[in-house]
Design a protein around this ligand. Structure first.
Ligand code: ADP
Ligand code: MG
Length: 242
């Protein structure tokens, strides 16, 4: 059974139809890259899966539960699906450890000691066990993004959505963040990642989804998508060397 099931998903902003009928199933443990030109609807798709946007039509099911429109259902869904953004969105006046603990304490109402133990484990997992008491300003961009990943993991999500998580980083810091994502993939985490890192997508992902004008234009294993694109739109995209 698929962990995430999307059928006939549509979303407009005003008169602009951004998602024009998306069908996509993601199996548990699968790693899916979403590629496509700027404006093709990639972020909107992730935001719908995470419940940050509500679809105009279609259905999204996570672990067998339909994404409803009520606030309570959306909150429940957000607990199941973690999301990491291009901007790390850490609280600047809180330490790395406090940032990781916070979501857990507030959202799940866990006691402090338990949240702290979990936060330490998650920071260890992203290689930042020694940075529990560091403030975001004392960390590099790559380290801040790894704290953001630890924060998402602290919710023990069924799947993780990554939206261009290395795009705001200096080139020399990209590798450490992709390394953490690669480890999560190897551990069996279900990942949907919007990325411009084509070499990474080719190497780590099970499937690549090429979005074009709000639709899934092509989908397949990386070897096919990159080496044998079928449509002129994907051929042009690949040729531009994204
Ligand atoms: P991508 O991530 O592929 O670059 P997006 O999903 O961010 O694409 O955006 C697709 C289109 O939807 C763009 O034209 C963008 O301007 C528009 N859009 C996205 N979010 C909003 C919003 N909240 N309000 C109005 N337009 C939006
Ligand atoms: Mg985007």
């Amino acid at each position: 059974m698929s962990l995430i099931e999307i059928a006939g998903l549509r979303k407009s902003f005003g008169s602009t139809e951004v998602l024009r009928g998306i069908d996509l199933s993601v199996a548990s443990g699968e790693v899916v890259a979403i590629i496509g030109r700027s404006g093709s609807g990639k972020s909107t798709l992730l935001r719908c899966i995470n419940g940050l946007e509500s679809p105009d039509a279609g259905a999204i099911t996570v672990a067998g539960e339909a994404l409803g429109t009520g606030e309570a259902r959306l909150r429940a869904l957000r607990l199941k699906v973690g999301m990491i953004f291009q901007q790390f969105n850490l609280f600047p006046h809180k330490t790395a450890g406090q940032n990781v603990m916070l979501a857990r304490q507030v959202v799940r109402g866990h006691p402090r000691a338990e949240a702290e133990a979990l936060a330490r484990r998650m920071l260890n997992r992203v290689g930042l066990g020694a940075k529990f008491d560091a403030y975001p300003a004392q960390l590099s961009g790559g380290q801040q993004q790894r704290v953001a990943i630890a924060r998402a993991l602290a919710m023990e999500p069924l799947a993780l959505l990554c939206d261009e998580v290395t795009s705001a980083l200096d080139p020399e810091l990209v590798g450490e963040v992709l390394g953490v994502v690669r480890e999560l993939a190897a551990e069996g985490m279900t990942l949907i990642m919007v990325t411009h890192e084509m070499a990474f997508a080719r190497e780590v992902c099970d499937r690549v989804v090429f979005m074009h004008e709000g639709r899934v234009h092509e989908v397949g294993p990386p070897a096919e998508i990159f080496a044998e694109p079928r449509t002129p739109e994907l051929r042009a995209f690949v040729a531009r060397g994204h």
